[in-house]
Design a protein around this ligand. Structure first.
Ligand code: MLT
Length: 407
């Protein structure tokens, strides 16, 4: 019999959002008439921007003609999209990168999960607690985390607690770590890291020859001027950081799938003989071996968000979700619940009066509203709960009325 990757057996339960879906399905079966409002997984509800739809229609037509048909594209993405990303998200903000440092993919979840493959299993990782579960789970699968203790923590991982006591900003670890996962705007807390905070991490990474894996999937939701959109706004970051971005939340591509990862040619790791090895080449090797490129039609759609009308439409949709965020935050505060986030991020992180899974059951049972229990994101998420602002406006209002009635 083939032996399995026993690291998978170290994973507790099922993937967080699968577990929530299972519980909601069970509740629905018992209460078929209940009108359940889902503010759990961060899935968007507004349609793709018109500009993307038009570009995709055009691309579909191109596929119908021999002269314009496309088969395999470049695994790293078409130049038209890489150039547009470079121009709009980096060059325009004074960040000097080149288009071939951008790798287009089928979304940042895959990239955040796969990036660890190019690092040694002996590396020590640091993750925030609470954290987007993909960072930890993929490292568990790879065998980089040791075993799970009764405190809900893996023995070989450096956890960086993020609670209201430190304004959800992780402190530098006492021990040396090799790979540091940071997420800003943060999923799940909805908070952001300031320029000073990020500069602290970049300095740490430079001093300790560590690599920062910076997840900026929600950058488009930043409303405050002085909050960094990219880690490369911090001096020196180009030598130590990889950045992940997504079209999912920016432009409604959760089902259409498109994201990208920036691997500057200056970021390096150490080889078996102690030599310096640029990570760009390794990621390129991985990407070209295991991935055959995001569909042409999807990349055309993604590129359309950088047109003038695409930009306007994206701004409108984001404003719609951020108004939901305001309604949620203020609604919670009105009934005396403490809420964070929702200003530069589509997530609202609230303090629960009871353990977070109990709160989940209560909200589902009494208000028929689904959220995400903080404990699912790590031990420090206990007594917190996440609501997403990606719902439909009427449903969000209805959910808040029901939640307010509960409390
Ligand atoms: C979330 O709800 O945390 C996200 O939707 C999950 C994801 O982006 O994979």
């Amino acid at each position: 019999m083939a032996r399995i990757n026993a690291n998978y057996q170290k994973l507790p339960g099922s993937y967080l959002f699968s577990e929530i879906a299972r519980r909601v399905a069970a509740f629905h079966e018992e209460h078929p008439g209940a009108n359940i409002i889902r503010l759990g997984i961060g899935d968007v509800t507004q349609p793709l921007p018109r500009a993307c739809i038009e570009a995709m229609h055009k691309a579909v037509d191109e596929m119908a003609e021999k002269e314009t048909f496309r088969g395999y594209g470049p695994e790293q993405g078409y130049a038209f999209l890489r150039e547009a990303i470079l121009q709009h998200n980096y060059t325009s903000r004074g960040i000097a990168l080149s288009a071939d440092e951008i790798f287009v993919s089928d979304g940042s979840k895959s990239d955040c999960g796969n990036i660890q493959e190019i690092f040694s299993v002996d590396n020590r990782i640091a993750i925030a607690d609470p954290v987007y579960p993909v960072y930890l789970d993929t490292n568990v699968m790879a065998g980089r985390t040791g075993s799970l203790g009764s405190n809900g923590r893996f023995s070989g991982v450096t956890y960086l607690p993020c609670t209201d006591e430190n304004d959800f900003a992780p402190m530098l670890p006492k021990e040396r770590v090799d790979m540091i996962y940071l997420c800003s705007p943060n999923n799940p807390t909805g908070t952001t890291l300031s320029r000073e905070e990020l500069a602290k991490w970049v300095a740490y990474a430079r001093e300790n020859a560590s690599v920062i894996l910076f997840d900026a999937a929600y950058a488009a939701y930043i409303t405050e001027e002085d909050v960094p959109r990219s880690i490369y706004e911090i001096e020196g970051a180009k030598d130590v950081a990889i950045e992940f971005r997504s079209f999912s939340k920016t432009a409604g591509f959760t089902g259409t799938r498109c994201g990208y990862t920036v691997v500057p040619k200056t970021v390096a790791g150490r080889g078996a003989e102690g030599e310096t090895v640029p990570l760009h080449g390794l990621w390129n090797r991985r990407h070209t071996t295991k991935f055959n490129g995001t569909p042409y039609i999807v990349q055309r759609g993604a590129a359309a968000i950088y047109t003038e009308e695409g930009q306007r439409q994206v701004r409108e949709t984001i404003a719609y979700y951020m108004e939901n965020a305001r309604l949620i935050r203020e609604g919670l505060q009105k009934v005396g619940l403490t809420a964070y986030g929702g200003v530069n991020a589509p997530y609202i992180w609230l303090k629960t009066p009871t353990p977070s899974w109990d709160f989940f059951d209560r909200l589902l049972g009494e208000a028929h509203v689904v959220g995400t229990p903080g404990a699912g994101f790590g031990p420090c998420g206990e007594n917190y709960f996440r609501l997403t602002s990606f719902g439909d406006r009427e449903q969000t209002k209805e959910a808040m009325e029901r939640i307010c009635r509960c409390f």
